[in-house]
Ligand binder design. Structure first.
Ligand code: GLC
Length: 800
């Protein structure tokens, strides 16, 4: 009898034990309890009940976390170019946890269940898995749940609508062509899955490197966790422990790469429309800019330049002699950028198509039939940009355009977009020989297209820098291309949103970004255009664009007032080029964006997250821009700690408060930080002009010392990589009453032979000593005093 009961209980027990296994397909599975671990060349590999967890050191403050229920994937990352370096310098196996340290960062892995916690050098908790949830799987999907810290804020994640502080919101990454998107739409065109968490004066970063459709939850509909996850693929994220936003951006861009120096002409004003044709209209447009003395550098050709929208062709009626037209434009100081979409029209005899077929370049259904979908040219096939061979093939197709003189390439529709906007998920890709489906390749398609374009064009252009612009992107795209924010709308809300999108992309490692000035779709008003252009003057990528059949968007088509406002701002843009170019050098060297959300410099000032002030940002290190609706002629502006000067009037304000300021359309609220050093030049009509040869060094009085690193190179080639650049430090030391123009480093000779010091707010100062010689200051424009010196190459010290 006893035995029977025993057998009965044993059977019941076995049945009960089988339930979780049975349910595993429907319920989530957590990583489970620790079973063992071993050290690997750059970290540790931990085995647990339900999965493996690997921790790899990529730098003292960068640790990669991977978890899988099966085997780890060996597909190389499209985003990451950094390599694992170093290892945990201390590995302690304690009864309830593993304690791993790099010296800068401590990773604690709780054993039962497995939970990962990150601490900084001072032992402060930066981030921890949510105890009961941790890393989970639900079907093929994987998610990492992080405990919400008290008052935790989240910033970044790239091209996302919503507030600067993303707490309480959730987002999806799935590159989407969203024509005329509402100002709260998600997802948009790009996936830049890097965000920064902030709490208790601490900061950390997380980059979730998984290209499948991904979701980020920053405490939306819950007050327990933040999370990131994807519908498939591996749990694969990098944790960054830098102790400032700038440090985190440096680490993140150290891992995913930084932009190369852009062509200087790509920083000028760019005029686009869908579409300028025929050639006579393009030439007229260029002439009008010159006649009206509105500086500009670039004219875009949208889809109508092509024969029946077929990429890599010209419409022979509209553009009978493209290279002659481009030569004339060059003579007027203009560059030409042409649009190139990924869809290759299926048409017998069409070269790009035939060679794509011959070389087997198009993505296919599992049965071997090329995926075909309709876009502008009609039915198209789509190159597989995840195949290195196809990237080279595509890059070489630019030969014709390059030999016609085109220097910039605009990759659009590369989400990829097609009519119906629904890509079949089972379409197959090469994925660098690893094979995968659209589900995995979709979010990197645009980036790999931009890569192939960049690599092809750079190879073909004889050492000159191409400009590449893309609509879709994935993390790391900054190595190849600029981004614009797609088909926005002519509205004040969209104009203000553009600043947030641009700043947020900067927070996700992409510095060269802009939005269509005036709005792509909808009817812009003269006021909106004027305001938008004035704000965009202070954005990295400065382009006006509008859709087919829209009203004209050239600056002179809105009446004399708007023309004058546009000229004033575009002139200012060109005057600021030395400052802007030096900011690009900083982006190139450190990953610091050009348009800097105030969260970079004033991270723990809660006022900057106030929705009333969240659109404000710094353009470069010391110019604060406060975007204002075109309907409002005054604005409440928040000025962070320190002192500030209104750029247009020189009026000084104390920071740490909000102030109401005038904001007529002709005078956007723009402020300069006290102690700022801003190099500027004379007005030029395009970036190739030398101007008057004087570098104007604007210095704003202030009580804090300041250093500025000035950068110059030829603006067009890659010779800067071989030392052909000039770097010069300018130092303002108010306590020592000294300005130092440092020694010129590098072997490039500046285009400026004079330096004019322009002093702002140094009231009552009449002379300075240059070395031992006393020199009188001249009265400059506004309330400034000036002094002109030979630029020289050595150090010059001014004192008073
Ligand atoms: C897409 C682009 C837009 C372009 C248009 C025609 O909508 O986003 O910028 O003008 O296609 O090519």
């Amino acid at each position: 009898m006893k035995k029977v009961w025993k057998m009965f209980f044993a059977a019941m027990f076995a049945l009960l034990m089988s339930i979780p296994t049975f349910a595993a397909g429907r319920l989530s599975v957590q990583i489970g309890n620790f079973t063992s671990f071993k050290e690997t060349p750059n970290g540790v590999l931990i085995s647990a009940d339900n999965a493996k967890l690997s921790l790899t050191v990529y730098g003292p403050e960068v640790v990669r976390v991977r978890a899988t229920q099966g085997d780890f994937s060996d597909l190389p990352s499209y985003a990451v170019i950094g390599q694992p370096t170093g290892k945990f310098t201390s590995v302690k196996d304690e009864s309830d946890k593993l304690v791993l340290s790099t010296g800068e960062l401590t990773v604690e892995v709780n054993k039962n269940p497995i939970i990962v916690r990150f601490y900084n050098k001072d032992g402060k908790l930066l981030n921890e898995d949510e105890k009961g949830l941790g890393i989970s799987w639900l079907g093929t999907g994987t998610t990492c749940y992080k405990k919400l810290q008290p008052d935790e804020r989240f910033i970044g994640l790239g091209e996302k609508t919503g507030n600067l502080d993303r707490r309480g919101s959730a987002y999806e990454d799935w590159n989407t062509d969203h024509y005329g998107y509402p100002d709260n739409a998600d997802p948009l065109y790009t996936s830049l899955p890097f965000y920064i968490g902030l709490h208790n004066n601490l900061s950390y970063g997380i980059f979730f490197d998984n290209t499948y459709k991904a979701t980020f939850n920053f405490g939306a509909s819950n007050n327990r966790f933040s999370s990131f996850g994807a519908v498939d693929g591996e749990m694969n994220y990098y944790f960054f422990g830098g102790n400032s936003v700038a440090e985190l951006l440096k680490e993140y861009t150290g891992l995913t790469g930084r932009m190369k120096m852009p062509p200087m002409w790509g920083l000028g004003f760019q005029q686009c429309r869908w579409s300028y044709f025929p050639d006579t209209e393009v030439l007229n447009l260029a002439r009008t800019f010159r006649e009206k003395k509105i500086p500009a550098d670039v004219i875009y050709l949208d889809i109508h330049y092509m024969d029946a929208y077929k990429v890599f062709t010209w419409n022979k009626e509209r553009f009978p002699n493209p290279s002659a037209m481009i030569d004339s434009l060059k003579d007027m100081g203009f560059h030409v950028v042409t649009i190139v979409d990924p869809g290759v029209k299926k048409e017998k005899g069409y070269r790009a198509y035939e060679s794509g077929l011959k070389n087997d370049c198009f993505v296919k259904y599992p049965d071997g039939i090329n995926w075909a979908a309709d876009v502008w040219p009609g039915t198209c096939n789509f190159p597989d940009f995840t195949n290195p061979k196809v990237r080279t093939w595509w890059g070489d197709l630019y030969k014709g355009l390059v030999s016609d003189g085109v220097t910039g390439f605009w990759n659009d529709m590369n989400e990829p977009a097609s009519w119906g906007n629904m890509v079949p998920n089972l379409v197959e890709f090469d994925m660098e020989g690893h094979k995968g489906t659209m589900e995995e390749a979709h979010n990197i398609y645009g980036m790999q297209m931009a890569r192939s374009t960049y690599e092809g064009a750079a190879k073909l252009m004889n050492g000159k820098r191409p400009l590449v612009l893309t609509r879709a992107a994935y993390a790391g795209v900054q190595r190849y291309s600029a981004i614009w924010t797609g088909d926005n709308v002519a509205s004040d809300d969209h104009m203000l949103l553009a600043s947030r999108l641009i700043n947020s992309m900067g927070l996700a490692g992409v510095p060269f970004v802009g939005a269509d000035i005036g709005g792509f779709t909808g009817k812009t008003t003269p006021d909106l255009f004027a305001r938008w252009l004035s704000i965009a003057t202070y954005t990295p990528f400065f382009r006006s664009h509008s859709e087919y059949n829209s009203r004209a968007h050239e600056p002179w088509t809105f009446g004399e007032d708007v023309e004058a406002i546009s000229r004033k701002y575009i002139n200012e843009r060109y005057q600021m080029l030395p400052y802007i170019y030096s900011a690009f050098d900083e982006a190139h060297e450190t990953g610091m964006p050009i348009a800097r959300s105030l969260a970079i410099n004033y991270t723990f000032d809660k006022n900057i997250y106030n929705p009333d002030f969240q659109d404000e940002y710094l353009f470069g290190p010391s110019i604060l821009v406060a975007p204002v609706s075109s309907k409002q002629m005054f604005e409440r502006v928040y000025l962070p700690e320190g002192s500030w000067y209104r750029k247009s009037t020189g009026k000084k304000y104390d920071g740490g408060q909000s102030v109401i300021v005038d904001a007529p359309l002709s005078d956007l609220p723009v402020f300069v930080k006290a102690s700022a050093i801003i190099p500027m030049q004379s007005t030029v009509q395009n970036t190739a002009q030398k101007g008057d040869g004087i570098l104007r060094l604007h210095i704003y009085s202030g009580s804090r010392p300041n250093k500025y690193l000035y950068y110059e190179d030829d603006g067009t080639t890659y010779q800067y990589q071989d030392g052909h650049f000039l770097r010069r430090e300018f130092v303002f030391d108010p306590a020592a009453k000294k300005i130092t123009i440092g020694k010129a480093e590098g072997n490039y000779t500046s285009k400026f032979n004079k330096i004019e010091i322009v002093l702002h707010g140094f009231d009552g100062m009449n002379s300075v000593k240059v070395g031992r010689k006393t020199m009188n200051l001249q009265k400059g424009e506004g309330n400034t005093q000036t002094l002109t010196l030979d630029a020289g190459k050595g150090e010059t010290v001014l004192s008073w």
